[in-house]
Design a protein around this ligand. Sequence first.
Ligand code: EPU
Length: 422
Amino acid sequence: MNKIMVVGGKRLFGEVKIGGSKNAALPVLFAGILTGESCVFENLPRIGDVLLALEILRDLGARIRFLHGGDVVVDYSTVRPVLPPRQLTEAIRGSVYLLGSMLGRFGKAMLAGAGGCDFGSRPIDQHLRGFGLLGAREEREADVLHLFLPQGECLRGTRIALAMPSVGASANLLMAASVAVGMTVIENAAMEPHVLSLVAFLREAGARIDMGRGRRISVLGKERLHGCRFRVIPDMIEAGTYLFAGMATGGEVRLLEVDPSHLGAVLEVLREMGAEIRVGNEDILLKAPERYRNVSVRTGPYPAFPTDLHPQLAALFCIGGRAKGRGEIRETVWQQRFRYTEELVRMGARVGIEEDRATFLPAMLSGTAVRSPDLRGGAALLLAALAASGRSEITNAATVGRGYEHLEQKLRGLGAEVRIFG
Ligand code: EPU
């Protein structure tokens, strides 16, 4: 996926099926290593990051089979504790989950760089502090990180209070704690649906995990986990992006196979902006108003408005002829998530940025050539292009393919004039 061409101005109407969640698929795929057996994954999205994760697992020795019905079987019995290829692990942030899963299974883990979207620094100090409290030691050889247990030692349950509710640290420590000796209590854990889905996967594999009050998770370690079957939850960020696409074009979009309970803060913002929303058990219907009100939103850890929908919401705020008034986003998770705004400005957007806050005023957007800076930034450019007059060309589109499955097919199914090359 190199380039996305869009002719803007078409209202989107119709139904779109939401795929499996990227950020839920990555931790469970790597957590499967802990089982040392086969796991069957249903609803695994065929997107760039997931395919890379499978390639990493294959390189470590896992045997992977794609079944006719769409399920994927991963046999982890043949995984070896070796250094996975840098060019693969550097490409996705999710490769950091190899630390918890390999440490738990083999008592050692190695990783050279972990990539994903570039939002400035993406530290893993909370992961490492937690592994240290569980008994692991850490060494670095150039930029290769080694985690290991001292001779004759094992992971031992303990209390770990995270400095912030980090998704990655919570997931990594849940994996290691599941096979530690004794009880681990993780305080200030992330509660994103994809973290809870990892808890469900680990329980399915035999782990004993209790969700306490607040942000506390207790894990009573078990010597062995076992293989299991697991269905990946729907992608709340993909879902939000299609709701926003309906809004951006004054259309009417029904999402199918979605979990509305994951989208509370997003639906609240859309309603405040004037959208009519009807929620079923597994579907959401959005009817966009002709004009909507811009609002003020603060991103934050779940259940707050998700940072991974910030750029897409910003695109809505910029669309002249639909948006009214001043929109504001305060980004509290990734301070450097504003790179997409430079490209929106090339389409005519009016944006002001001050520290962690961006403000937007509606302006008539015109299609042009823009470059996707990262996954969600690229999705924002796509939404702007769908609403802009004329033709847009989005390059570096592989960044978008990392997280959106069957993008061309889904958008065309809704009536968009879009073509994806490469
Ligand atoms: N942080 C630290 N130290 C740590 C860990 C995190 O300071 O050890 C900070 C980060 O710098 C950031 C904040 O804590 O400011 C939150 O980071 P978190 O660990 O929650 O993020 P992550 O696990 O690296 C996942 C998603 C991101 C999503 C964030 C926040 C995956 C593979 N990635 O990243 O998804 O933005 O949680 O919800 O699950 C995306 O899908 O576009 C994406 C970037």
